[in-house]
Design a binder for this molecule. Structure first.
Ligand code: WQD
Length: 337
């Protein structure tokens, strides 16, 4: 199949593109490089031997996207493009609503015009807000999210659901990611955010490589086994595989389908530190600090539905992801010397 991947040079997008190419799919990437680097295209080629078609464009640019659809005629879309920093979205709500929603509107109009009827959307566990109970299932209530970023995911899920309801020819997969971590085993692809990382693993990677002094653990007085926050950390390569399986599912014309993509296991911050030290042999110094506003005590997935309907099963665990992330960070530092 020919698949158009928006945001395909980003962290999850690039790992998914590798999986698609390995599956012999033809990939067209549209990415404006706002939160990614052009060198990732070379690295995808190094890993797979195939250089995907690439358009450096903003998905909001209706004229450019129309021309891309007219030329490429994709059969399916995976939509990753969007701003995703939770804290930044609180400070700049209009920027997040404008970008994430407008790009989706432009994309859907092109899909309608060119009869591209399959879309996989990169959603997030954040749509569950503060879950009533864990593990979280796809039937757990979608709540008003704890940030404008999360709210855009809730809104886009609703937009896609409403569009699918009046277009029986459309197939939509909403994939709710929990906490993606790790990197490609080649050390060529991974997460290397600009500035000081907000997320746990990129921060630990920098502590492990001596770029940051220690980790601040945001709160150890949560109602969890060791008092620190519990999340469902899924290896990004497993997450990428989930996208391939979701695309395959859409070929059976299921209409709208929703899946949690996680491991089904909760891991606390202290357990992540222990796993990281065990996997890498590197000590991670940390200090306990105040809770971070907006954090929930626990959030991890029930993955029964994805396993049952997609045959989705994680191949990697948290330790694998810690080692892969550490190796990527080290390799990136070497390359940037
Ligand atoms: C995980 C745990 C922190 C950093 C976010 C988004 C979510 C998704 C994944 C996009 C929490 C603790 C963290 C640190 C810490 N992104 N922590 N010290 O907040 O679960 O999810 O990223 O879809 O939408 O909300 O991930 O990695 O920031 O935090 O103690 O320096 O690590 O308190 O318990 P989070 P995270």
């Amino acid at each position: 199949m020919k698949i158009l991947v928006t945001g395909g040079l980003g962290y999850i997008g690039s790992h998914t593109v590798v999986k698609l190419i390995e599956n012999k799919d033809e990939v067209v990437i549209v990415d404006n490089l706002f939160n990614s680097k052009l060198v990732v295209l070379d690295r995808i080629e190094s890993i797979t031997g195939v250089r995907p078609t690439f358009y450096q464009n903003d998905v909001q640019d209706a004229e450019k996207l129309d021309a891309i659809f007219a030329k490429e005629r994709p059969e399916a879309v995976i939509h990753f493009a969007g701003y995703k920093a939770v804290g930044e979205s609180v400070a700049k709500p209009l920027m997040y609503y404008q970008n994430n929603l407008e790009s989706t509107f432009v994309l859907l109009r092109c899909m309608e015009k060119y009869h591209c009827n399959n879309i996989v959307f990169s959603s997030s566990a954040t749509v569950y807000g503060l879950p009533d109970s864990v593990p979280v299932t796809e039937e757990s209530p979608v709540k008003s999210a704890t940030s404008p970023y999360g709210e855009t995911k809730v809104m886009i899920e609703r937009i896609l659901s409403d569009v699918a309801a009046v277009h029986p020819e459309m197939n939509v997969a909403l994939l709710r990611y929990f906490n993606p971590i790790g990197a490609h085993k080649s050390g060529l692809l991974g997460e290397d955010p600009n500035g000081i990382p907000n997320n746990l693993l990129p921060y630990i990677n920098r502590v492990a490589c001596g770029l940051l002094d220690h980790l601040n653990v945001f709160g150890n007085d949560y109602p969890t086994p060791d008092g620190t926050g519990v999340r469902d950390y899924i290896h990004v390569v497993d997450l990428a595989q989930g996208h391939l399986l979701a695309l395959k599912k859409l070929q059976s014309n299921p209409g709208l389908v929703i899946y949690n993509l996680g491991t089904g296991k909760g891991t606390s911050v202290l357990e992540v530190i222990q796993a990281y030290e065990k996997a890498t042999g590197v000590k991670i110094p940390y200090e306990i600090k105040e809770r971070r506003p907006g954090d929930v005590p626990e959030n991890y997935a029930s993955t029964d539905k994805a396993r049952r309907e997609l045959g989705f099963k994680c191949q990697y665990n948290v330790e694998d992801a810690c080692l892969d992330g550490y190796n990527f960070q080290k390799a990136e530092l070497e390359r940037n010397k």
